[in-house]
Write a protein that binds this ligand. Structure first.
Ligand code: 0RA
Length: 649
């Protein structure tokens, strides 16, 4: 007995050395293991642990996953699956310790046929331990509750021990990231919420709960209709053209699910794809299969019933205007193949074939059974194709006499920059003529151009492209940027490296921001995707004290800053609250909001395509009731977060 114990202790200490060495590598170069050490990298830690619980649910064990963000900067992930096996691994070390402290041991540690923790994330749970000051694993199985804790990057302070009895099974992992490694020291509720909700859609009937102890909120997601609920969620706020169409099938060991729904008030195509329940942001072979089967089905039907003639120039994309589609595939590990820098593009060629053949067969049948629907979509495609053709012609015209005509059109509106280096140039879209005037005087004329916006920018969600172009403000913006619009937009041709929206810091200003962002999102999406759109941040207050030579003053961007400045200034200060840009004179506007050395800008980017899409839909879409409700529930969130704002620049 004693002897055996000794051996164990020895092997523990030996293993310790090896383990520490392994995890030390992660601590030396965290980026190599988790991609980056920004907010994304921090959240990767959570995904590593959450994916393991999701795998267990995908294998059919466990119906509930609870994620708790703690006040102590911890995060806890608890599932009610079978529990991590507690017996000894072949190395003699208890399995949980292997999984949570040995590098590369945990990439995949169950034998599910499908696994989310391979390929996309899947660096293993031990990487999380390596980058945490505290890691505690609690396992309930076989009537017992087991626990082990690791500190400061994987130091083992005690053996896996039984701490009590348990009638239920499950795994709970609590960790506190070592924030010294990360540039962000907080988990972001909305990022985690989006991810849990996404997983709840994909794991029909599994409940995902997010408890945030920092603000005492609980959100839970459970969808008995899975992907059908997902497509309805994305399209909420738009007018659906049809009930969601759902197909599923199996081909070459690949499980396929597809759901599709059209909306009548958007021309956009939204395709989301997933592999083993992990989103593939860059698409890949499963998406290719989907598009190809879809086009083929429509063309074949159209030709068969003489709805499409040989001369018609209908393109696959014409069929997909207004379509929201989700394709989710489950691929056995042996087929998995990912491409691209972020490994979020599916390579697996079998997936294209599988999706294509399942969808072609089922959709062809569906179209025969639902001829009205098929007619409707083919009619829509004809119109889309003629609009596309018209936009192409318009752009060619604009290009052939770009100089003279456009300059004339913009004279009196645009104050251009002198520099011909387009990348360096900045375009300020300024709310109102008076602020436009100050901006013109205050700017650096070498690289800053000013375009004042007078009337209301029209709501682009409700308008199709050819109507939009007729709106004067929108048309001026399109010509100023100079790169076309909609499908014909070509980012290579933009005249400005930065396009900066400068509005008053009030609700009207926020509204203009949302309208412009919606327009860019809908019709010049690459501008947002490639980080060309910014929001200027004028100060809210000016604090001053004394007069003449003794005057001192400071600008404040929020109430905290104001309070701090008040303390610094001592009694006798005067506060000016800026109600609009117009209250600042030209030098003030330059100094606070336009001078690259002193201003702050917010870079606009799209976090989650689907969510941004839906928020745009809800905010701008046709149904005012939905919009109203959503704004009431989320108003703060909306303005702060409807487009994720990156750190100030
Ligand atoms: C391997 C085998 C078994 C369960 C698990 C792994 C498992 C791992 C995790 C990670 C988080 N939650 C988890 N739940 C389960 C099954 C062993 C058996 O009971 O047959």
């Amino acid at each position: 007995m004693d002897q055996k114990k000794n051996v164990n202790i020895r092997s523990y200490s030996e293993d310790n050395i090896e383990i520490l060495e392994g995890l030390e590598a992660v601590r030396k170069r965290p980026g190599m293991y988790i991609g980056s050490t920004d907010s994304r990298g921090l959240h990767r830690l959570a995904w590593e642990i959450i994916d393991n619980s999701i795998d267990e649910a995908m294998a059919g064990f466990g119906k509930k996953i609870i994620v708790t963000i703690g006040k102590d900067k911890s995060i806890t992930i608890e599932d009610n699956g079978r529990g991590v096996p507690t017996g000894k691994h072949k190395s003699g070390i208890p399995t949980p310790q292997v999984v949570y402290t040995i590098l590369h041991a945990g990439g995949k540690f169950n034998s599910n046929s499908y696994s989310s923790s391979v390929g996309l994330h899947g660096v293993g749970a031990s990487v999380v331990t390596a980058l945490s000051t505290f890691m505690e694993v609690t396992i309930s199985r076989d009537g017992k509750k087991y626990q082990q804790t690791y500190l400061d990057g994987g130091k083992i302070i005690s053996k896996l021990s039984i701490i009590g009895d348990s009638k239920v099974n499950g795994t709970k992992v609590k960790f506190i990231p070592d924030y010294n490694f990360f540039s962000k020291s907080e988990f972001n509720k909305s990022i985690i919420m989006e991810r849990l909700q996404e997983n709840a859609f994909l794991l029909k009937g599994v409940e995902m709960v997010l408890v945030d102890e920092r603000d005492n909120t609980i959100n839970n997601y459970i969808y008995d209709n899975g992907l059908i609920s997902y497509v309805e969620f994305i399209n909420e706020g738009n007018t659906p053209l049809n009930q969601p169409i759902y197909f599923s099938g199996l081909n070459q060991d690949i499980e396929i699910e597809v759901v599709m729904q059209y909306v009548s008030d958007s021309y956009d195509e939204t395709v989301l794809s997933f592999v083993n329940n992990v989103k593939t942001d860059d698409g890949g072979s499963h998406e290719t299969g989907l598009r190809s089967a879809f086009t083929r089905c429509m063309n074949d039907f159209g030709k068969k019933y003489n709805l499409i003639k040989e001369k018609d120039k209908i393109d696959g994309s014409d069929y997909r205007e207004g379509l929201t589609a989700i394709v989710s595939v489950k691929i056995p590990e042996k087929f998995l193949q990912f491409e691209g820098q972020t490994k979020s593009k599916l390579g697996t060629p079998e997936a294209k074939v599988a999706v294509e053949s399942v969808l072609y067969e089922k959709l062809s049948y569906y179209l025969e059974e639902n001829k009205d629907f098929a007619n409707l979509i083919i009619g829509k495609a004809h119109r889309a194709s003629s609009v596309r053709e018209a936009a192409r012609k318009a752009r060619e015209e604009a290009r052939s006499n770009k100089k003279g005509k456009v300059e004339k059109l913009l004279s009196g509106k645009l104050t251009p920059a002198q520099s011909k280096k387009r990348n360096e140039c900045e375009l300020f879209l300024v709310e109102g003529d008076s602020a436009g005037g100050s901006a013109k005087q205050g700017r650096d004329r070498v690289f800053q151009a000013i375009l004042p916006l007078r009337g209301k920018v029209i709501n682009s969600e409700k308008n199709v492209i050819d109507e939009l172009i007729k709106n004067e403000e929108i048309s001026t913006i399109i010509h100023t940027i100079g790169a076309g619009v909609g499908k014909e937009f070509d980012i290579q041709e933009i005249n400005y490296g930065k396009i900066i929206i400068m509005t008053d810091a009030d609700t009207d200003g926020a509204h203009i921001q949302v309208l412009l962002l919606t327009f860019f999102y809908r019709f010049m999406k690459p501008l947002i995707e490639q980080g060309h759109i910014y929001i200027a941040m004028p100060p809210l207050y000016k604090l001053s004290k004394g007069s003449g030579k003794n005057e001192k003053f400071a600008y404040c961007w929020d109430d905290n800053q104001l309070e701090e400045q008040k303390k610094l200034f001592g009694p006798g200060y005067i506060i000016q609250r800026y109600k609009g840009l117009g209250e600042m004179n030209a030098p003030q506007l330059w100094e606070t909001t336009m001078n690259p050395n002193t201003r702050s800008l917010i870079k606009v980017n799209i976090g989650d395509g689907a969510l941004a899409e839906r928020r745009v839909n809800v905010l701008m879409g046709a149904d005012p009731k939905v919009r109203r409700k959503w704004i009431d529930e989320n108003v703060k969130f909306t303005l702060e977060d409807s487009f994720k704002k990156d750190g100030a620049e």
